[in-house]
Design a protein around this ligand. Structure first.
Ligand SMILES: Cc1cc2nc3c(=O)[nH]c(=O)nc-3n(C[C@H](O)[C@H](O)[C@H](O)COP(=O)(O)OP(=O)(O)OC[C@H]3O[C@@H](n4cnc5c(N)ncnc54)[C@H](O)[C@@H]3O)c2cc1C
Length: 456
């Protein structure tokens, strides 16, 4: 009898599957993929819609010389818990490796090592006392956990107060100016604190060099693991590339998701993982105040050059640059982190420019950008010339970085939109964290958890 009763219950549950809750997830980056997985695990019927031709969004990959290569550079830090946790759940933890890297500084025509406390003490562009203050500030930021008081303080003021004017001008100004341009003085100290904290936590102890993580095939490794996991559950999930959403409209009981191809999908909940300026356009019913909130956060774009070189550009993974003749503030040689790609014979150098999308440089044709890039790279390494370049790729992304100004906490949109059944994950909500893979996963999963809590 007991066995029969157990069987009866199970049959009823299976029949009930025709009434599964339905979600549409908009955007197939890591937030969307992670959200879709959690909803499937919770027994939902999920449709994941991606406008582009590939999964992964900002974490998508190119194929170069038969190898998967990040479109944008990505490194992992020890504190990236959501990313490491999901890798563990997916059984790909062993494909995430940790390695020591070298960091350096190119300052006014000279190279300095900049990866260890000893390097800092030898960094002569900054007076000795300020070098010590800089180190102590990194240490105190590493130990700090309360950050809300820093939301109202400008990063520049906070940094100058702790490390001194010259240390700020030489070390942090290029980062803040390079990323935020005119808005440098308004960036919140909380954002800066988290950046320092995240990297400082990547040292095992104060005197140890930085250790960063990388997946064997870059972020593609985790993107593909999620896609494989979802693809293996075709009864519960539909994955659609080349499927841009036109509008999201709420009727009495459900969401109507209208696609660019005029198809309409019905859902009990929608999770949006697109950038806020895109979401505003998708929501004709949003109130004026919600539209205003979503539109009020400025975003900057990125133009990122990826060079495949015949030989290594430098021994450094990260080379900070502060030089009057070079307009970008750093180059990243990913193959000095991901040694698997180096063993495959690749030398990959990324050169990002963070820019407003209406700036001349963002809109400049690739050839014009290339000639500026190449002469700047020659300035940084006098042996470098065009013959080193085997292949070049330029990627543009309009919504690469939220401009996190003082008082940002008040402006961040909540995961629950003011329309029932709509959940939002966007990089502006990562604050005080910078945009990371880990934060995208965490916010996507939070959106999925809220949908499960509300839609019963
Ligand atoms: C230059 C650069 C360097 C970075 N470096 C690092 C790093 O070193 N370490 C790190 O951890 N993180 C890094 N990041 C951040 C990381 O890539 C992002 O935080 C993360 O990938 C964001 O994922 P997401 O899913 O939130 O957004 P996205 O990846 O932007 O995904 C959103 C998706 O929505 C899709 N979409 C847009 N409109 C529509 C529509 N109408 N219909 C359907 N789909 C739509 C887009 O095509 C996109 O695929 C970097 C980012 C950049 C730009």
């Amino acid at each position: 009898m007991a066995i029969l009763s157990a069987g009866t219950t199970r049959l009823a549950a299976l029949e009930g599957q025709t009434e599964l809750k339905r979600a549409v997830v908009v955007g197939g980056g890591l937030a969307g993929l992670a959200a879709a997985r959690d909803l499937v695990l919770a027994g939902w019927q999920v449709t994941l819609l991606e406008a582009g031709a590939a999964w992964g969004g900002l974490a998508s990959a190119l194929t170069i010389a038969g190898e998967r290569v990040e479109r944008f550079y990505h490194f992992v830090c020890r504190s990236d818990d959501a990313l490491v946790g999901l890798a563990r759940e997916l059984g790909i933890e062993q494909r995430l490796h940790w390695t020591r890297t070298r960091t350096a500084f190119f300052y006014h025509g000279r190279h300095y090592r900049f990866g260890t406390p000893l390097d800092l003490l030898r960094f002569t562009p900054v007076p000795f006392a300020q070098r010590v203050r800089f180190g102590l500030h990194v240490l105190s930021s590493r130990l700090r956990s309360q950050w809300k008081a820093l939301d109202d303080v400008p990063a520049q003021q906070w940094l100058v107060q702790h490390i001194g004017q010259q240390a700020y001008d030489v070390i942090w100004h290029p980062l803040l100016w390079g990323k935020f341009g005119q808005d440098e003085q308004e960036i919140a100290a909380a954002w800066m604190w988290h950046r320092i904290w995240r990297v400082a936590r990547s040292r095992q102890h104060l005197l140890a060099p930085e250790m960063f993580g990388f997946f064997e095939e870059g972020s593609f490794t985790i993107v593909q693991a999620l896609v494989d996991w979802l693809t293996a559950r075709p009864q519960q999930v539909q994955l659609r590339l080349h499927t841009p959403v036109r509008t999201l409209q709420r009727d009495e009981n459900s969401w109507q998701v209208q696609l660019m191809n005029d198809e309409t999908l019905t859902a009990d909940a929608v999770i949006s993982t697109v950038a806020l300026p895109v979401l505003v356009r998708l929501l004709p019913q949003a109130s004026a105040s919600y539209r205003q909130q979503l539109s009020s956060i400025p975003m900057i774009g990125v133009v990122c050059l990826l060079l495949r070189l015949r030989q290594s550009f430098s021994p450094n993974f990260w080379l900070n640059i502060h030089d009057p003749q070079v307009a970008f503030n750093g180059v990243i040689e990913l193959t000095n982190l991901n040694l698997r790609l180096r063993q495959a014979g690749l030398n990959l150098l990324y050169v990002p420019f963070y820019l407003p999308t209406d700036s001349e440089r963002y809109q400049r044709a690739d050839e014009g950008l290339m000639s500026e890039y190449l002469s700047a790279l020659r300035r940084v390494n006098s042996a470098f010339d065009e013959s080193w370049v085997e292949e070049a790729y330029i990627s543009r992304e309009a919504y690469a970085q939220a401009v996190c100004k003082v008082g940002f906490l008040q402006r961040m949109p909540d995961v629950r939109a003011p329309l029932p059944g709509l959940y939002v994950s966007d990089s502006t909500q990562f604050y005080p964290e910078d945009r990371t893979l880990s934060a995208a996963i965490r916010r996507g999963r939070l959106a999925a958890a809220c949908a499960q809590e509300d839609v019963r």
